[in-house]
Design a protein around this ligand. Structure first.
Ligand SMILES: [Fe+2]
Ligand SMILES: [Fe+2]
Length: 131
């Protein structure tokens, strides 16, 4: 799934809001890189980079939803907070993974799935409010 994660997959996750789609694409590409890392340390670095970009995206997205007067902004923000905590937790788990029993590929897949599920189930909702 990771190598094949290209435009034809992403098209199903488009919100139709160009700036949000561009940001989603960018953060997803960083997660694809996690799977390519040679060791946990560099994977954690990539996840850090992802979290920085992801946070910036969440801020932009929340500002956009506010401009749209999206009625479920409070709930959506809460989901962003929860998701961010899950990534922080994942980073801790990765750092402590001394046995290598969970591969980098699995971490990357799990991180990717969280973003895709969020876009699919939640970000698609504000897309209905765009003018
Ligand atoms: Fe969102
Ligand atoms: Fe988003």
């Amino acid at each position: 799934m990771l190598r094949k994660f290209e435009e034809e997959v992403f098209v199903h996750y488009r919100t139709g809001v160009p700036e949000m789609d561009r940001q989603h694409w960018d953060v997803l590409q960083i997660l694809v890189n996690v799977a390519e890392c040679q060791n946990i340390e560099s994977a954690v670095e990539q996840l850090d980079l992802f979290m920085t970009k992801w946070k910036a995206h969440l801020d932009d997205e929340e500002a956009y939803m506010k401009r749209l007067k999206f009625p479920f902004l409070v709930e959506h923000k809460k989901m962003h907070e929860n998701l961010f905590s899950e990534y922080a937790q994942m980073k801790t788990t990765m750092r402590n993974d001394r046995f290598g029993d969970i591969s980098l590929r699995n971490y990357a897949k799990s991180a990717l799935k969280k973003v895709l599920d969020h876009i699919d189930h939640h970000d698609q909702q504000y897309a209905h409010w765009k003018p």
